[in-house]
Each structure stands twice: as C-alpha cells, then as structure tokens.
Design a protein around this ligand. Structure first.
Ligand code: SF4
Length: 345
C-alpha cells in the first residue's frame, strides 16, 4: 500500500515521511519493505514479534475507554533510530523474525483474553501498516476499537487510509520536539511531518493523546516544552491530554540517568501555564499527577496508580460531580478486573 512505481523498476514509498526511493532488490530505511522486481512488499506482514495484554492506560491513553484492556501487537522494524529506544531489541532487529499471527488470529486472541480493543504498539505501527490495517478492519467488524502508539512520522495519505478504522492515537514526541534532538538522537531529518500528521488525525476525528519523553540535559528544555504545549493548545486543542514521560537509561544512552522528578514537575507546571487542561507525568507510579483533575474546580476525577484506575469520580455523562464541568473522555469506563500487563509471547 501507499507507494508508486517508477521507471527502471524503482519505487517510491510514501507510507512514512521518509518517502524512500528504493531500487529493485533494495529495502527502505525501515528494512521491512522490499522492492522485488518493481513491486513493493511488506516483509513483516502478520509476523508478530511481540504480543501482550495491556491496560489502555499503559499506551498511555488517559481519556479513552478508561480501564479497558487491549491486545498489543508489534512486528520488527522502525523508521527511527532512537539511541534511547526501550524496545530496541525488536525495533532495530535486522532479521524479519516473528510468529505467524494473521489478522483473524489477532482478533481471536483479543477476544479470548477479554480485551475491548487492539493496540498497534511497542514498535512503530506505520511500518507494519498493511498488517495493522487488515487487523483493524476485522476488529471494527466485531466491535473492538483500535489504537496506534506512534512516533507520528507518517504521511497524510497514511493517516487518511487508516482513519476509518483508527479510533485513537498516542503520538510520542521526544526532547520537546526539538529538531536538533531528533537529528542527533533519532536520525530524523525533520519534525515538520509529525505536526502535519497530527493535524490530519485531528481532521479525521481520531482521539489524540500526546507524550513527550524528557531526556535529562539534551532533551529537557522548558522553552521547548512550552512551545510544544502551545502548539498542541492551538493546533489540536487545549483539552488534548499531554503526558510528560520520565526517561530511563536504555540501549545506547544507558549512561544517562533517569529524569529527575523535579525536572518533570517543572515541565508539568510549564505545560499547564501554556494553557493545557490535562497534563500528566508518566513512568512515576504514585505521583499525584497521574490523576485527572477538573480544570475548573480542581476536584480529583480519576485516581490512578501506574496503569490502574483506582477511583472513578465522574457523573454518567462525564461531568465533574462538584461543578458540572464537561470532561472530554471518549468511550466508557471499563472494569476489566486486570491492572497489570502480561505478555502472550
Ligand atoms: S515505510 Fe519504510 S520504506 Fe516506506 S518511506 Fe518509511 S522508511 Fe521508507
């Protein structure tokens, strides 16, 4: 899907913003799309390298079907080269490894594990687009929702194609969206396509939540966080949940310490002052900013501990019980009985 044939058996892939030109016999930057005799093939179709059952809060999604369980799946490959990737063993895997798991099986396994939706996650779902697309269509047929956890580096055409089946997207920024940070640590030449993809998601009515990984020193500028928060406020809306994520040492950046809590708290205040109504700190279980507060009267509306919803304090029509403020939560509260993620393979 989403490529055009050129002369001399070359192809131009426009699935993600890299828009690779690939010669006959070659693969794209993601290493999972190959030009075979002038036709572009997805090498990782239905080859799941990882699958698990997660609370939707783990994605993170805080304002979308709270408490729901999702079947999470991933294949190998990625269109980024993040030096801090915490799933680098599968995202940067050069062999097309994985267990055969056709879209029909994805839906069946989700149903067998009492999930309400399917999440395409752990690695970048854009690069296993056809697999995610087919599973999403089947998932909708049986009443499941679909969510992407994505770096957002996809073309508008890709967003429009998946939009009829994509209910929610968690779009992950790093370093406050600083272009230099992306070039240095992720080998990404420009951040502009991410903002374009976000606008396209908004136009297509996909529920959006945004994360920002705060890497100490190189990616913790409060000025950048303020700029990103203002862009979200004006471009997507002030009710967009914004998650500030703690960095943990990993992969090639294992010598950098975890983000200090104080840095995260300063970023939290900065994003709130920029006008965002729902800001969260992630990867710090037990922190008070895991909860949802009423932006009007500050009442605690949803209490969480890590990925679990521990108290629900909203009216049936999703309003603050104290002041009546409408709280934008998509879907309904689910009490699936599980709070911990578990791996299937
Ligand atoms: S999906 Fe892969 S082949 Fe296509 S443009 Fe992106 S990196 Fe290149």
């Amino acid at each position: 899907m989403l490529y055009q044939k050129l002369e001399d058996k070359k192809v131009n892939c426009y699935l993600c913003a890299r828009k690779c030109h690939i010669n006959d016999g070659g693969t794209g930057f993601c290493l999972v799309r190959k030009n075979n005799d002038g036709t572009l093939f997805s090498l990782n179709y239905a080859k799941a390298i990882s699958a698990g059952v997660d609370p939707v809060e783990k994605k993170p999604l805080a304002h979308f079907n709270p408490g729901a369980l999702v079947m999470s799946i991933a294949t190998v490959g990625c269109n980024f080269r993040c030096q801090f990737c915490d799933n680098w063993m599968i995202s940067q895997e050069k062999e097309i490894a994985g267990n055969p798991l056709p879209p029909e099986e994805v839906v069946k396994v989700a149903r067998d594990n009492d999930c309400q939706g399917i999440s395409y996650t752990y690695t970048e779902p854009t690069i296993f687009f056809e697999y995610a697309y087919d599973a999403s269509r089947l998932a909708h047929e049986v009443g499941f929702f679909n969510t992407f956890v994505t770096n957002g580096y996809m073309t508008a055409e890709a967003v429009k194609t998946i939009a009829p089946y994509l209910d929610a997207a968690t779009v992950d920024f790093k370093g406050g969206g600083d272009p230099e940070f992306y070039k240095t640590f992720s080998a990404v030449p420009s951040v502009a396509p991410i903002f374009e993809a976000l606008k396209e998601m908004r136009r297509n009515n996909i529920h959006i939540e945004i994360t920002n990984l705060i890497v100490p020193k190189s990616g913790d500028s409060l000025e950048r966080i303020k700029e990103l928060a203002i862009w979200i406020r004006d471009g997507i809306g002030k009710d967009t949940p914004f998650h500030l994520l703690r960095f943990h040492p990993d992969y090639q950046l294992s010598s950098i310490p975890a983000t200090p809590i104080e840095t995260l708290e300063k970023a939290y205040v900065t994003a709130k002052e920029a006008g965002l109504n729902y800001v969260y700190i992630g990867n710090v279980p037990g922190h008070a900013s895991e909860h949802t507060y009423c932006p009007n009267c500050n009442e605690v509306l949803i209490k969480r501990y890590s990925f679990a919803v521990t108290r629900w304090n909203l009216t049936k029509d999703m309003r603050c019980p104290v002041c009546g403020q409408n709280i934008p939560i998509k879907g309904t509260l689910h009490s699936s009985g599980h709070s911990l993620p578990y791996a299937l393979f």
